[in-house]
Design a protein around this ligand. Structure first.
Ligand SMILES: CC(C)(COP(=O)(O)OP(=O)(O)OC[C@H]1O[C@@H](n2cnc3c(N)ncnc32)[C@H](O)[C@@H]1OP(=O)(O)O)[C@@H](O)C(=O)NCCC(=O)NCCS
Length: 172
């Protein structure tokens, strides 16, 4: 099956839909995402609007509905501005395995390429679906933090991955 989806940048006007999909992701996969449902549910929608203007968040739409997101931000500080960060990758369960995450990540790399020299991300180490996705576009693991996060009684290791545009010509 192939993805019949449109990808575009989300702006402040999309804040309500962005908050809704973010809360859905935090509810469905609390162990995979750094934040928590309780924290973000309490935030005003204007804060989400601000996030959409301060960072570059892409949305995937099917029949006008937001079904997936991924974000890109340039890192802070004069010694870090050559690096970007990928965050907030999520595709609604009903839209999975259609290639939408791949469309999102490739569109994000097109945005990041030219703005930063490399892009980094963090992923729960046993999240095979996400790891395979990232590896398939050229991300390599460069470190692993044991017990990086704790949700309930469970600890989760996190893998740090990077894609160096200077070394990634093979992936286009
Ligand atoms: C990870 C996620 C974004 C993938 O979304 P998706 O739209 O289903 O992914 P795609 O259909 O674009 O698949 C792209 C590649 O990802 C990998 N992949 C996706 N789902 C997979 C699965 N269930 N098992 C193994 N690999 C998988 C494959 O490499 C796939 O390429 P292929 O189809 O050529 O084998 C989605 O499962 C999701 O939102 N999961 C919950 C949130 C999450 O884990 N976010 C990442 C946080 S770092």
């Amino acid at each position: 099956m192939s993805a019949d989806a449109t990808i575009r940048r989300l702006r402040a006007d999309d804040a309500a839909a962005f908050k809704a999909i973010r809360l859905e992701a935090l509810k469905a996969n609390p162990e995979l995402i750094g934040s928590t449902f309780e924290l973000e549910d309490s935030l005003d929608v204007t804060l989400f609007a601000g996030r959409l203007e301060d960072t570059h968040v892409l949305g995937a739409f099917q029949h006008g509905a937001l079904v997936g997101t991924v974000g890109f931000a340039i890192q802070q500080g004069p010694k870090n501005v050559h690096k970007g960060r990928l965050f907030g990758m999520y595709v609604r369960p009903g839209a999975r395995q259609l290639g939408i995450a791949r469309l999102l990540v490739n569109a994000l790399l097109d945005v990041a390429r030219g703005q930063v020299e490399l892009i980094q991300l963090t992923v729960v180490s046993d999240n095979q679906a996400a790891r395979r996705l990232y590896e398939s576009v050229g991300f390599l693991e460069f470190g692993r933090e044991p017990k990086a996060s704790k949700y309930g009684d469970r600890y989760f290791d996190e893998s740090h991955m990077a894609l160096d545009f200077g070394r990634a010509e093979d992936f286009g």
